[in-house]
Design a protein around this ligand. Structure first.
Ligand SMILES: [Mg+2]
Length: 321
């Protein structure tokens, strides 16, 4: 057990970050694209893996890219943009539910394209999508929370092959900042979630992201009903419509990681990605041992399954300790 100077089991926090993302992804995948009402009518709450196209407990593109990113960090002892890109391209399995833009870029990278030129292949200004934020959590694990300017630079480099638009980079940066901070925090009662969201808002370069994260802070401080907050914050694939929602739900249920992930799945829309990002954040705070055993038991096995995710998380923790 690796104890950091913060007096916590940092290895368990790293495993919680990676598995929290995978659990959220696998729980949310079957209801991706559903409305919150449709999910409620069919399942009440999604508390367990349900059967879906890939099978119950199978993860999607979110976790595949997160695993690839994590492995690249272990290989390079930090962020190397070219290796982050090639690692994602190597692991790319089109069956895992990738979007059109990611598919085109990953195929181009496989064909030898330069990762510094691929992000604007389909959109001249770069994608607004949440594909950067969904895979960035491993980068957050490598940083002490006060190294914020270095973290922003490394986040931007880690996602450069697919995302260069400030909205997408802001979203990835905030997920990484949350993981960096919470993975080293002894007790969730030691911070004010509303203040923390306001601070995150101030870190954004993009005006719309700054406003939406600020709205998340307001909704949390006013104790607005979760369903109404999700309507206002959004549940779409755009970064502003999903990262603030995931952070809001993580902080709204910061004392209960299981419920945070269940509520994120219940948000519907891009449910797998919202729950993956929320899962990474609450997993960073609480560690893997705090997440339900049934989610550990039911996640897919195999070469790049549960054990591989644990392994890369432990290797990431060893880069720090
Ligand atoms: Mg997905």
């Amino acid at each position: 057990m690796a104890m950091s100077q913060h007096g916590i089991d940092f290895t368990d926090r790293c495993v919680g970050t990676i598995l929290g993302a995978a659990f959220g992804d696998a729980l949310g995948a079957p209801v991706e694209g559903w409305t919150p009402d449709a999910i409620r009518n069919e399942f009440g709450e999604v508390r367990d893996y349900v059967e879906a196209r890939l099978g119950a407990g199978c993860y999607t593109d979110d976790t595949q890219m997160l695993l690839a990113t994590g492995r690249s960090l272990v290989r390079c002892h930090g962020v190397d943009g070219a290796v982050c890109a090639s690692s994602c391209a190597e692991l790319f399995d089109p069956d895992r539910g990738y979007g059109r833009s990611a598919t085109a870029i990953l195929n181009a990278l496989r064909d030898g394209a330069d990762y510094r030129e691929t992000a604007t292949m389909l959109f001249p200004g770069g994608s607004f999508g949440n594909g950067a934020a969904m895979r960035i959590a491993p980068v957050g694990l490598l940083f002490e929370p006060d190294d914020i300017s270095d973290l922003r630079r490394d986040v931007a480099e880690a996602v450069r092959a697919t995302h260069t638009h400030p909205e997408a980079v802001d979203g990835a940066f905030l997920v990484a900042v949350a993981v960096a901070g919470l993975s080293r925090m002894a007790d969730y009662r030691s911070f004010d979630p509303v203040e923390r969201l306001r601070q995150y808002s101030s870190l954004c370069h993009d005006d719309q992201m700054r406003a939406r994260v600020g709205l998340a802070a307001d909704l949390l401080s006013k104790k607005v009903k979760v369903d109404d907050a999700v309507v206002q914050l959004g549940n779409g694939v755009r970064t502003i419509d999903s990262v603030p929602t995931a952070l809001y739900l993580a902080f709204r249920y910061i004392d209960d990681p299981e419920q945070a992930i269940i509520e994120s799945v219940g948000a519907g829309g891009d449910a797998d990605t919202i729950a993956a990002m929320c899962g990474a954040v609450v997993g960073a705070m609480h560690g893997a041992e705090a997440l339900p055993q049934r989610w550990h038991d039911g996640l897919e096995r195999g070469e790049d399954g549960y054990d591989a995710l644990r392994e890369v998380a432990v290797q990431l923790s060893e880069l720090i300790t």
